[in-house]
Design a protein. Sequence first.
Lengths: 219, 201
Amino acid sequence: MNDPHSLVAPYALDALDQPEEREFEEHLATCESCRQELARLRETAASLAYAAPGPAPPLALKERILDQARADRPNVVSLPRRRSWTAPLAAATAVAAAAAIGLGVWGATRSTSTDPFAAVLARSGARVVPMGDRGALAVAPDGSAAIALSAPNAPAGKTYEAWVIRNGTPKRAGLLSGTSTLRIQRPVGTGAVVAVTLERTGGVDRPTTPPVAQTRALS
Amino acid sequence: MTLLTAPPPPATRDLAHLSDESLLSLVAASDDDALAELYDRFGRVAYSLALRILRDEALAQDAVQEAFLGVWRSADRFLAERAKASTWILTLVHRRAVDLVRREERRRGEPLESAPEPAAPETTEDEATLGLQRRLVQEALSQLSPEQRQALELGYYGGLTQSELAEQLGQPLGTIKSRMFSGLSRLRDLLAEAGLEQSYP
């Protein structure tokens, strides 16, 4: 019999057989200290990947991966997503959820300081809310929020403008150029909708076009 | 002034300024340019790792391909998990390679020093960074005790389970577990001292 706490390092190294792995994941669902320990050890284990010297992969591999990714893209034409963005943990089994959580608590990353999206996500309790296929909103419990927009560059004379909409009233929230991130300068709370529209350069007082990206009302 | 009726054709998009985590959030929104950028960042280290474990180019390519498709298909789960993106991606690659090596029974356990592939010349800034990271991790590994290093290398690169390791080395299971734990913990400290960023204090 294994003491489950002692399995955290072998688990981080993927050095458990399947029954042991299941046993540990069940334990992980109930043990916060093991989840924290695993987050630390996993990160160190992953750094071992950098010590493996080797040649560059063949150029064709990248194209194969991208071709297959495009081919199985589930949601290009507003097909329902195969997985819910908003409640993946609720939908997962306890064991799967535990394994998921076990992958780690969000840590600071090299670009947290310059990337507002990562900076918001680094806050305690932050979550990601989808904005259709054009991006995502990171929002923290204190109302700080950032947008990661995935869109073609705005054409000449145009800009993307973000909005925080409450009770049907849109408030200006900043400008984006295309695929970019933006820290929203006003708090985003329960019931608010965050949207992005294409507007003339400099921005406007009220949205004049349909949104290219939009959240549902935040819960 | 013409009213825009359709999005303009995608221009060349510079994603280099986005963090790994932001890119993953775009991947979760089915942005294949973001997947390509993540591949540019991690494809090489992923392939080297898979090749180190599998010792077979075709299998290593399979492992990398399946892992990146895993990134593509489950990036939305990553967002809920709130792990560091590089850790999450490299964990997927490692798991995939270990699954394959166990299936293929091609386990190898040579120490890292005898890895046959020479490091390719570093021609770009990214490759130079990768080379520096490699040297830092190798240097840290060399400062572990031989027993700790052996446990980490046979487990992580060899794809051996803790029980197989115990049998191969003729040591009790508890000893193997404790070498893995102390080895990873010490490695973490050494990497932090060497300035390689670690998220957790």
